[in-house]
Design a protein around this ligand. Structure first.
Ligand SMILES: Cc1ncc(COP(=O)(O)O)c(C=O)c1O
Length: 406
């Protein structure tokens, strides 16, 4: 960096951190690498032809679609989302309760801009989606973290942590949670904890950001109610996304929440990117409106269920199971694997030499921890690569265990 640029950087730029996972990507993207690292959908399941058929909208409505759009979002898509999300939301959200965003990560960005002053606090799961928490950190957030078990955030610990924070003069603005098929932990919050979480937020006067990109990717069991549907006081902002149920390249997501906060976030968005690409919104709308979203979703879920099963079969076939802990995820994209006698960093270094990549656990724990855990994405690699990659991981684990005993 030049001296001139250095001397001009803002205070915020002085403290920003890159995402360790994004930074890892050039390491991982080598030819021949079997990657369980990024949380990427399988491109084989992208509905390319059906998406392409919707492109006629550019001929039919090109003069509108190619123009600047309103910041609030493309009205036909908002109207579709109001109806499509109603069963999950417990009502048809009104147009002023919906904001179309550039991916659901923008919901987190705009909510942080709208609520946070530098130095304020956010509650989140002890390990969380770094893409969002790093952005929050870069905007000046501090974090209170609550650990998780297989039923998600241990909400029972929240009241004490909140009251302690209050007594120390810390201003907690919102609770950021991923209740369904958590990234990176794979766990899902139980109904009792959902109810308790909403009640606590209402009583304490803090907001909740319900981040739900994986909610529709459920392999078994019943859907649990959204936090949004359990709230009657307007404390929940719901973030949805087309990234995992259609394609992340669309960069179309949405926020559903109390209209005053949606309005404030909309004003921030005006200055961030004017509006989400109208071309992308119109193409997504055409795809959804033609019935493709509902027709394809079961196929996508089925496809990923088979991939999850292939990964677990390979775990059972190749890993030293007495040395490995994991919980089968009921949906989403990830296994969270713990190896009490193996450092994930060591496994990672050796696995890379065999052209196998995953994400180490430690970067998910900014305050330390996670050294013996790692995240495995099961959606991206082909079944053959999954088998070969996990065979290599199993061999590497045995090598390391053998050396530590010998
Ligand atoms: C928990 C979580 N939230 C948000 C996102 C970002 O989604 P989008 O592509 O809609 O911005 C991801 C992507 O991996 C995620 O795992």
């Amino acid at each position: 960096m030049s001296d001139i640029v250095k001397s001009l950087l803002s205070t915020a730029a002085g403290r920003i951190k890159p995402s360790p996972i994004r930074e890892m990507f050039h390491l991982i993207r080598k030819p021949g690498m079997i990657s369980f690292a990024g949380g990427m959908p399988d491109p084989d399941i992208f509905p390319v032809e059906q998406f392409h058929l919707g492109a006629d909208i550019l001929l039919e409505e090109g003069r509108d679609v190619l123009q600047y759009g309103v910041t609030e979002g493309y009205a036909p898509l908002k109207d579709f989302l109001s109806r499509w999300t109603a069963p999950k939301m417990g009502k048809e959200p009104s147009m002023d309760e919906i904001l179309i965003t550039s991916g659901s990560s923008q919901v987190a960005d705009l909510m942080t801009r709208a609520l946070l002053d530098p130095g304020d606090w956010i509650v989140c799961e002890e390990t969380s989606f770094l893409g969002n928490t790093i952005n929050m950190y870069n905007q000046g957030a501090n974090f209170l973290t609550i650990p998780c078990d297989k039923d998600g955030m241990i909400v029972e610990q929240l009241p004490e942590k909140l009251s302690q924070a209050k007594s120390e003069g810390k201003k907690v603005k919102f609770i950021y949670t991923i209740p369904n098929f958590h990234n990176p932990l794979g766990c899902t919050m139980s109904l009792e904890r959902r109810q308790a979480l909403v009640k606590i937020a209402q009583e304490e006067g803090v907001m909740i950001l319900e981040d739900d990109p994986y909610g529709c990717v459920r392999f078994e069991g019943e859907d649990l109610p959204t936090l949004y549907s359990l709230d009657d006081l307007g404390v929940v902002m719901y973030a949805g996304s087309f990234s995992k149920i259609l394609a992340p390249g669309t960069r179309v997501g949405w926020a559903i929440g109390p209209k005053d906060l949606i309005r404030t976030m909309t004003v921030f968005k005006q200055g961030v990117d004017t509006c989400t690409s109208v071309v992308a919104q119109a193409l997504v709308y055409k795809y959804c409106q033609s019935g493709n979203l509902d027709a394809f979703l079961p196929k996508i879920v089925d496809h990923y269920r088979r991939k999850r099963d292939a990964m677990e079969d390979a775990f059972k076939k190749y890993l030293p199971l007495e040395e490995v802990e994991y919980v089968t995820p009921h949906g989403g994209f990830f296994y969270w694997v713990t190896t009490p006698n193996i450092l994930a960093e060591e496994l990672f270094k050796r696995a890379l030499e065999k052209k196998v990549a995953f994400v180490c656990g430690a970067p998910f724990f900014p305050n330390g921890g996670g050294e013996h855990s790692f995240r495995m994405c099961f959606t991206f690699a082909s079944p053959e690569d999954t088998d070969r990659g996990i065979k290599a991981l199993g061999e590497t684990m045995r090598e390391i265990l053998g050396e530590s005993k010998g």
